[in-house]
Design a protein around this ligand. Structure first.
Ligand code: CMC
Length: 396
């Protein structure tokens, strides 16, 4: 029988042993985002995540997350001008390098591309605030261009260049789907970037903070964040959720029933096999993920909205009845990006295009009040072994 999992901190000599997965462990303070002290809402710098997700533009939310307040007129003009200008300034040699990437998962293009950006911008890395904020805006503006260019270059040998005269979210979506999005499509996409922008000490943000704590540069830290986000238990879930719906849809078609009628049987079969249903469950939200309320409004308005909402509602009902587990944002964004004609492997890169703002804010918060993050371990392997030369070691 598996050992019972430790759920509380335990004192062991001079050390404190924390639960596996750091469940319920507070590792530091932050003013950027998190669950409010009453444990009732997730907040972005004092505002609820759904308020900002519903109302703020990408520029406003970026200003809020980075600088701690919503911008006034002049500040908004300034941040918009910088992000749009930097979007058009990705060094040409980075596009040249991306011509040689194979058609693999585009999260690799982000890791590769951001480390190339670091090679341009980071050699003389400094820790003064103006410099740090300027680079936060550069990487925010340029990471989406790298993802979109890498995707198209690897598959078609060509790509859509950024247009700095256009709105960031609209232009990024255009570079991904290769056509001009409608107003509602661009706003739906923009709101998901805002909803993804930050989320406390999630796995990728914590990774960024660990790298920042070594006083490495922002670009290296963001590369680590992208790598952590790639996993299916974190950002990768939006792709997996949509793949699951498409697999179920094929099965439903073979049976001649609509997906919203078949999804119950499909989910129950998976649960019976002890499989996880992607797009459900969360370390923090055990009853409801508030981000889904905002994303839902856009799913309803986009292509085949009624159909997809019927599928989602049924899936939610089954998961609640069977497991008492609510949907998370990735279930909704998976469907929303499908409605926008975005290729499925680009869903997690889009998560990164929003989260890069939060990563940058956490990088800055960490380095401006730094302590190297270096926990210790409990070694449970053998001791006292002695090196034996190869000829003697492998004798029968
Ligand atoms: N489907 C089926 N069972 C689930 C699911 C799910 N999606 N999520 C949790 N459970 C069960 C799990 O099997 C376990 O059951 P038991 O106690 O019988 O072993 C119990 O619920 C607790 O799950 P856990 O994985 O130990 O809980 P956690 O807090 O470590 O997990 C999670 C959080 C997000 C890793 C998990 O819910 C999961 O794997 N979900 C699917 C992946 C997913 O959608 N991830 C996106 C998260 S939201 C975006 C982001 O912020 O990254």
């Amino acid at each position: 029988m598996a050992a019972k999992q430790q759920v509380e901190c335990v004192k062991e000599g001079n050390y404190i042993r924390v639960p596996k997965g750091l469940v319920n462990v507070i590792v530091d303070e932050t003013k950027i985002s998190g669950v409010d002290p009453k444990g009732e809402a997730t907040i972005y710098r004092g505002y609820t995540i759904e308020d900002i997700g519903e109302h703020a533009s990408f520029y406003e939310a970026t200003h809020l997350i980075l600088y701690g307040r919503l911008p006034c007129d002049e500040e908004l003009k300034e941040i918009k001008a910088k992000i749009d200008k930097y979007r058009g300034m990705v060094p040409e040699k980075i596009f040249d390098a991306l011509k040689y990437v194979p058609a693999t998962h585009p999260m690799y293009y982000g890791i590769y591309g951001v480390s190339l950006l670091g090679q341009y911008y980071a050699p003389d890395w400094r820790f003064d605030e103006d410099f740090l904020y300027d680079h936060a805006l550069r990487v925010t503006a340029q990471l989406p261009v790298i993802f979109a260019a890498g995707w198209h270059l690897a598959r078609n040998g060509t790509f859509y260049r950024p247009d700095p005269t256009k709105d960031h979210a609209w232009d990024v979506l255009r570079m991904i789907i290769g056509r001009e999005p409608s107003e509602i499509e661009a706003r739906a996409f923009e709101s998901t970037l805002v909803l993804y922008m930050d989320h406390g000490f999630n796995a990728s943000t914590f990774t960024v903070r660990v790298i920042a704590s070594t006083l490495s540069d922002l670009y290296s830290a963001i590369a680590g964040g992208i790598a952590a986000l790639k996993g299916p238990l974190h950002g990768g879930a939006n792709e997996k959720a949509m793949e699951m719906f498409l697999e179920a849809q094929q099965k439903a078609e073979a049976k001649g029933v609509p997906l919203y009628e078949y999804i119950e049987e499909y989910i129950k079969e998976k649960l019976a096999k002890k499989e996880k249903i992607m797009g459900f469950g969360h370390r923090i939200y055990k009853l409801h993920d508030p981000r889904t309320d905002v994303a839902k409004k856009y799913v309803e308005k986009l292509k085949n909205g009624d159909y997809w909402m019927k599928v989602i509602k049924k899936a939610e009902e089954v998961m609640w009845n069977e497991k008492k587990i609510p949907a998370n944002i990735d279930l909704y964004t998976g469907v929303l990006y499908y409605q926008l004609d975005i290729p499925i492997p680009m869903y997690t890169p889009i998560f990164a295009m929003g989260r890069v703002v939060g990563w940058s804010a956490h990088y800055i918060e960490q380095v401006l009040n730094n302590k190297l993050i270096r926990p210790t371990e409990k070694y449970v392997g053998p001791t006292g072994l002695k090196y034996v030369p190869l000829e003697e070691r492998c004798k029968k």
